[in-house]
Design a protein around this ligand. Structure first.
Ligand SMILES: [Zn+2]
Length: 326
């Protein structure tokens, strides 16, 4: 069973917000594309795992674990009474060749090969195990969920380290067999993992504010050309309507990821939306959707939700003023 949600990676939401408000530079576009593709691969992995069933195991997704002073990211950890299996998901397309231990895409060598990355990451899990003086197994598998990917290797032993899309359903079936269980031992390992979870410490975007277009934009077509009504805004390009609350939730989410860990005040948010929604409305919604932190006469706010989608799934925004698609 899935223990936690697989949320969109911070970087992906950051690039979504950034690309809505500025044109991306070449490097940023490439990064955005990679992060998006990676996330799509992880969702595909989850979907296939779901279709096979995973009631006998505990599954953690997209985790950062702090172990012995360093923080490592894990795409998926599968826990049963026999131990932990780390699955690293690479949504590669095209082909990869492994020759004399080095990884190549065409004739280009890939500097940080996935086997070494995984070995390091799994080494940390072994440290965690050893520090707790327990004796479960820790192993890993590299997963390539993309149909359009081929793997070549001069070393036959590499095949046991990977699973391609064609073998993925069979790979998952082993976790759904009667001999596999998540009993006391798995619960113990799960507590060990849970106690090591930390926030992503590597996400520290530095965005140049002068590049960003401030204001509100249409959630359907991205246009900033909106007409203000009392409770909503109409898009002059595609004709959709979104209420003030929807726009503010999107703006607060953008703010969170573009200016990560920087305090948001009512005034800085008003400036960010280019004063397109009146101050009293902004005040009301900031109080509703953010935690307030008071220091002396000033307050700053932190968004209660992970991101915009999380907010609209959990809040009751749409009961009064419905948004309408073009
Ligand atoms: Zn529009």
């Amino acid at each position: 069973m899935f223990i936690n949600e697989r949320t969109k990676p911070h970087e992906l939401i950051y690039y979504e917000a950034l690309s809505a408000r500025t044109s991306l530079m070449k490097q940023e576009s490439a990064k955005f594309g990679n992060v998006k593709k990676g996330y799509e691969g992880e969702m595909l992995y989850d979907q296939i795992f779901d279709s096979i069933g995973h009631g006998n195991v505990l599954i953690y997704r997209d985790l950062f674990l702090s172990i012995d002073g360093s923080v490592t990211q894990y795409d998926t950890l599968i826990i049963s009474d026999s131990g932990i299996i780390s699955n690293e998901i690479k949504n590669f397309s095209g082909s990869i060749t492994v020759r004399d231990g080095s990884w190549y895409r065409g004739n280009f060598s890939i500097p940080n090969d996935a086997f070494s990355q995984l070995n390091r990451a799994v080494g940390k899990l072994m440290e965690l195990r050893n520090a707790s003086r327990s004796d479960f197994k820790v192993s890993w598998k590299l997963i390539f969920p993309n149909d359009n990917f081929t793997f070549h290797s001069d070393d036959q032993s590499n095949w046991s380290k990977i699973t391609l899309r064609s073998g993925l359903r069979n790979y998952f079936r082993q976790f759904n067999q009667s001999g596999i269980a998540a009993g006391n031992k798995a619960q113990y390992i799960s507590r060990l993992i849970s106690s090591s979870i930390v926030e992503n410490p590597y996400f520290k975007p530095e965005v140049d504010k002068t590049r960003l277009k401030f204001g509100l934009y249409c959630g359907w077509c991205g246009s900033f050309n909106l007409s203000k009504k009392r409770f909503h805004l109409n898009c002059n390009k595609c004709g959709s309507t979104e209420c003030n609350e929807t726009h503010l939730l999107r703006a607060m989410s953008d703010y969170k990821f573009l200016f990560y860990n920087q305090p948001m005040t009512r005034n800085s948010l008003l400036k960010f939306i280019d004063y397109e929604i009146p101050q009293y409305t902004v005040s009301r919604f900031v109080n509703k959707y953010c935690f307030q932190h008071k220091r002396g006469n000033t307050s700053h706010y932190t968004f209660k939700y992970y991101d915009f989608n999380d907010a609209i799934n959990k809040s009751d925004v749409y009961k009064r003023y419905r948004d309408s698609r073009p």
